[in-house]
Design a protein around this ligand. Structure first.
Ligand code: S3P
Length: 175
């Protein structure tokens, strides 16, 4: 049975790499944000607006407990998932957890390339974004670092680089 959970900051490539990894292994891919949106029939941005971050974190925890029980999956979580409740510990008991570690400037570039609305960074200009990333990454790093594996991620701006990261990840996991 294979169960792999990817953690890391927003824009680290969890969804991009996770989807390709699942495809390469021939198992199902889940993205926790998408799962929350499907189950609650609201977008993450809408949940933040209507229920606040606390409401979102509660839903996120509940949905994590649902999806993380599935077998033969790759799951990418939200950037904040490991940092609330006992989520990181819970994931470590069930899965091979991997921290996709990227430098703040790489995260900022990925976030600029992304199309999804992310409530925590909405409306930030380039300088503010980098400062915000550096500050919040420092707070989150101790949670991410509890993952069983750490894989460094560089800029993912083409298919080959994504595949390269998938190979690194597979080497690290020995699969
Ligand atoms: C968040 C990250 C988002 C999403 C929500 C909050 C965070 O997921 O769960 O906007 O706290 O870092 P991604 O990491 O997939 O962007």
């Amino acid at each position: 049975m294979t169960r792999i959970i990817l953690v890391g900051y927003m824009g680290s490539g969890k969804t991009t790499i996770g989807r390709q990894l699942a495809m390469a292994l021939g198992i199902s891919f889940y993205d926790l944000d998408w799962y929350i949106e499907m189950r609650y029939r609201r977008s993450v941005a809408q949940i933040f607006r209507e229920s606040g971050e606390d409401g979102f974190r509660q839903m996120e925890r509940n949905m994590l407990h649902e999806v993380a029980e599935f077998e033969n999956i790759v799951l990418s979580c939200g950037g904040g998932t490991p940092c609330f409740f006992d989520n990181m510990q819970y994931m470590n008991t069930l899965a091979e957890t991997v921290y996709l570690k990227a430098r703040p400037n790489v995260l900022a570039m990925h976030l600029k390339m992304g199309k999804v609305e992310r409530p925590l960074i909405k409306g930030k200009n380039e300088t503010d974004l980098l400062a915000y990333i550096e500050e919040s990454l420092a707070k989150r790093e101790p949670f991410y670092a509890q993952a069983k594996h750490i894989v460094d991620v560089n800029l993912l701006d083409n298919y080959d680089k994504i595949q390269e990261s998938v190979s690194l990840l597979r080497n690290e996991l020995g699969i």
